[in-house]
Design a protein around this ligand. Structure first.
Ligand code: CA
Length: 229
C-alpha cells in the first residue's frame, strides 16, 4: 500500500519483517533493508514465592503467599514492621524483562504502602537490586494501581519491599513482562529509502527512482547520460 506511515496492530506472537519503498511519479524504489521484529505478548510472571517468612498474627493466611494468591481480600502482614518483603523467584535461566506492575493495597490501610518499592535483582539477596518504582503517594484503595516499567534489564528475582512501619501490608502484587531473548521493536528506517544510489531525471525533467532503468537517455547531475544501449 502507498502511505507515509503504517500501524501494524493486533499482531499475534511471531516474527515479522518490514520493508519500505519510495514512490515518485508512479515509479517505486527498491525495497529498504529489512527491519525484523519479534512480537511477544506480555504475560503475568509467575514463580516461587519468596520473602520474609511468618506473619504478625501467626495466621497462615497473612503470610507472603497472600501477596500472590489472586485474592484481594488476603494480605501480607509481616511479623516485623520494617524491611519486610515478598517476591518471586522466576527460576534459573528464566529471567524476565518487567514491563508493568500492578498492586492492590490492604483494605483500609493503603497508606502503609507509601515509601514501599518494587525491585528486580539477579541475586537472591537483592544486593544488586534495581528499583523499578517507589510509591510516593497513598495509593487508591479497593482497586489495582498499574505502573508501567521502562527497564531493559532481565531479572530472576522480583519483589515488593514495604516501607518503615508498613509491615509489608499489601493484598496483591502482579508483575508482567516477557522472557529474555526477545529483541526490541525497531521500526523500519526511512533513511534506508533515501540511500537510493543516484537520482536521475528523464528528458522531461521527471525524477527516475531506482531500480535503475535498463536503458535510455537521462539527465544525471545536469548532464545527459546514456544507460545501456
Ligand atoms: Ca491476596
Amino acid at each position: 500500500m502507498a502511505t507515509n506511515s503504517y500501524d501494524d496492530e493486533n499482531l499475534d506472537e511471531g516474527h515479522y519483517v518490514y520493508q519500505v519503498s519510495a514512490v515518485v511519479d508512479q515509479t517505486e524504489s527498491e525495497l529498504s533493508s529489512a527491519a525484523e521484529v519479534d512480537m511477544i505478548l506480555y504475560e503475568r510472571l509467575i514463580g516461587k514465592v519468596i520473602g520474609t517468612s511468618g506473619s504478625w498474627s501467626g495466621s497462615s493466611t497473612s503470610t507472603r503467599n497472600a501477596v500472590f494468591d489472586g485474592d484481594i481480600t488476603t494480605f501480607f502482614d509481616a511479623p516485623v514492621a520494617d524491611g519486610a518483603w515478598a517476591g518471586l523467584d522466576l527460576g534459573k535461566d528464566n529471567e524476565a524483562i518487567v514491563t508493568e506492575i500492578r498492586f492492590y493495597p490492604r483494605q483500609n490501610l493503603p497508606d502503609r504502602m507509601v515509601g514501599g518499592c518494587f525491585q528486580g535483582a539477579s541475586k537472591s539477596n537483592f544486593s544488586d537490586a534495581v528499583t523499578f518504582y517507589t510509591i510516593s503517594d497513598t495509593p487508591k484503595t479497593d482497586t489495582f494501581t498499574s505502573i508501567s516499567v521502562v527497564d531493559a534489564g532481565q531479572y530472576r528475582y522480583l519483589r515488593y519491599i514495604g516501607p518503615e512501619n508498613g509491615f509489608c501490608n499489601v493484598a496483591e502484587v502482579e508483575f508482567y513482562g516477557y522472557r529474555s531473548g526477545i529483541s526490541a521493536l525497531t521500526p523500519p528506517c526511512a533513511d534506508n529509502v533515501r540511500q537510493t544510489p543516484e537520482i536521475l531525471f528523464d528528458l522531461q525533467g521527471r525524477y527516475v527512482v531506482t531500480p535503475m532503468p535498463k536503458h535510455g537517455l537521462y539527465i544525471h547531475k545536469g548532464k545527459k547520460m546514456l544507460i545501456g544501449g
